[in-house]
Design a protein. Sequence first.
Length: 167
Amino acid sequence: MKHPVIGLIMVLLVASACQEDNDKYGTFVKLKGRITAVRTQPNSSLRDAGELTLADAAHLLIYYGGGYDLVDLNDSTFNATVQQGNATALLFLTEDYRYIGHLFAGGLNCLPLVDLENNLVIDMNTLYLDGHHVLPTHDPIRHMAVGDCPTDRPFLTTRPECLSALR
């Protein structure tokens, strides 16, 4: 259990380190998602009987640049509005605030919510648990239209025209 805690600490440190004066604090991004039932999660039969699953999730902790919001899950779904301008980590918690896992999208432990349209909606569709990684079926980072980017680099860039798949 030490490794997920160390990973969680690293995610929080990275998100805190991304703080800087940013004029984007007046713009917001909407995040949506739905969690899967236990029986449809990959490797769910390999989990220990006492281990938590996404079916146990009751809260979503959204951590961004030194601040956080706590959002309740309703009918296994979440809708959250977050300020852009920071790396944003999403942590799934039980009713009594025990850690289940964190969003892992496009190889990143946080979403780089920088230079996006105001009120942009990022729908991750259905989320499932693999270890302590919560993976989206619609990964907003992996589904970027990188070929539309003038530099055509295979890594994440914050240029708005490269994030057309998020729109």
